[in-house]
Design a protein around this ligand. Sequence first.
Ligand code: FAD
Length: 291
Amino acid sequence: MIPGSFDYHSPKTIDEAIKLLDDLGEDAKVLAGGHSLIPMMKWRLAEPAHLVDISRLSDLSYIKENENYLCIGAMTTETALETNQLISEKYTILKDTSEVIADPLVRNLATLGGNIAHGDPANDHPATMLALNAIVVVCGPNESKREINIDDFFLGPLWTALQENEILTEIKIPKPQNDTGGCYLKLERKVGDYAIAAVAVNLEFDNGQCKSAGVALTNVGPTPVRAKSAQNSLIGTDVTDEAIFQACELAAEASQPIGDHRGSEDYKRGVIKTLTGRAIRKAKSRAMGGN
Ligand code: FAD
């Protein structure tokens, strides 16, 4: 349970951090909240020779809206998301998600950027970001900057589109239009555990009809899973009981769970079906002004 030895770097600016990553190459790893990386190092599943600590880059910690997007800095902690007024009022699905991650001690340090950059299909934010159609902003050497659609970001277990000399700096979430509501529901064995399975739903309504839908699943595949058929089945409907029933079936079909200590394949499909129905109902109620 003791990590291998490493050199510790504490850059003062994003540019300095990127230069370090570029110079040190594949031997270096970004350290944010450390709540995924340090356990992996203790188990010797990761043995970076250099850690580039970005936790002192305070300009990467913010939650703000501009004309079109909610912008969240990568170093924003789960606690900051959980307690932010704008998030509570307008982006309830993000509050739902942060609240069910680990325990308060972890949430005080764990960052949104780290949760996404880690690329763990068991992490909770990736499915929520799929449901919200988020954009991942990444900075690299020579002041390069690229925006990656969330659908192109998760490539496999612990594998993302990030290059080793890049830093995830911001998550952009399109501002809700019309009547929009979202919900994240997770079943866990005990408080603080990773999901047996979880479902993120975001619905936009226009004159009572579902105009767009995002449905995504946690810990039932090698990456977070976008349940495309389930989403499509809701669009154009009034999200009636019949439409919800069909979306639940389609979400369960889209999941690719494996049996393990958290439950059998069939059990997890059943969990997805049940949670999808509950999350759709809650998202619809929130879109219509309920809580
Ligand atoms: P770190 O651990 O510092 O980094 C994780 C990885 O991302 C590393 O590879 C690092 O190099 C990379 N990275 C981090 N930030 C950046 C960046 N800005 N740019 C580029 N690369 C970056 N998570 C859940 O979602 N749900 C849970 O229920 C849950 N339960 C947990 C329970 C425990 C007891 C613990 C210890 C952790 C749990 N986690 C859970 C994980 C936790 O939320 C992690 O902290 C989070 O996944 C990673 O965020 P971090 O800031 O700690 O990242």
